[in-house]
Design a protein around this ligand. Structure first.
Ligand code: ADP
Ligand code: 5GP
Length: 205
């Protein structure tokens, strides 16, 4: 069986990562979201185990010590977020595509640990649109929004480290581009090594 694709999605807060990942998951049966652990408090409507595993600082430390994270980072200088390793590895081995919505520090660490990961950077059409989306989402205080906008500048500087940059202006267009990326990535020879090996063996008989 071919391994699943590990799709890492990063980009400034408010670019539309959550929106895009949710739509993608609704459209691709063979894709699953990697639920991160975080020390931040749940927002209204967020469900433990669905959007995040909401954990205490002590539990987060324990998870680090026990090597449970594929990567983890402190984001916006405030809360910690980490990707549980086991679920990612198991799903990839089962041929399921796994989607990570993680920050740039974590994403670059995933690339080091798993060079086959497909790295996608999502951008808003402009800084002004980013500001409007963050304000419109209404989930952060003014102070938190300022922090996220300030962080956006340093995050965008790392876009060139990624494999693909996609502008989320019209959601439908961005989604089609992400699906095109996933389809193209599934055609790489490195993903067909088992199949090619089997074919050669059959041909030799
Ligand atoms: P992120 O996960 O990157 O922080 P969200 O997915 O929460 O961003 O999106 C931020 C806000 O922008 C949300 O209110 C969302 O509904 C809105 N949004 C996302 N994509 C688009 C789009 N293409 N056009 C207009 N609004 C969008
Ligand atoms: P939010 O608090 O808006 O849900 O997420 C804030 C930021 O944390 C986003 O940029 C998101 O991509 C990032 N994030 C979420 N989960 C993880 C994770 O497991 N690891 C890392 N490094 N970043 C994460």
């Amino acid at each position: 069986m071919q391994k699943g694709t590990l799709l890492v999605v990063s980009g400034p807060s408010g670019a539309g990562k959550g929106t895009l990942c949710n739509e993608l998951l609704a459209r691709r049966e063979n894709a699953k979201f990697s639920v991160s652990a975080t020390t931040r408090a749940p927002r209204p409507g967020e469900i433990d185990g669905v959007h995040y595993y909401f954990v205490t600082n002590e539990r987060f430390d324990e998870m680090i010590e026990q090597g449970e994270f594929l990567e983890y980072a402190c984001v916006f200088g405030m809360n910690r977020y980490g990707t549980p390793r086991k679920a990612v590895e198991e799903r990839l081995a089962q041929g399921i595509d796994v989607i990570l919505d993680i920050d740039v520090q974590g994403a670059l660490n995933v690339k080091k640990a798993m060079p086959e990961a497909v790295m996608l950077f999502l951008l808003p059409p402009s800084f002004e649109v980013l500001r409007k989306r963050l304000v419109g989402r209404g989930t952060e205080t003014d102070e938190q929004i300022q922090k996220r906008l300030a962080t956006a500048k340093s995050e965008i500087a790392l876009a060139s480290e990624y494999d693909y940059v996609i502008i989320n202006d019209q959601l439908e267009t961005a989604l089609r581009q992400v699906e095109d990326v996933l389809d193209a990535e599934s055609c790489r020879p490195s993903r067909w090594t088992q199949w090619l090996k089997q074919f050669r063996e059959d041909a030799e008989q």
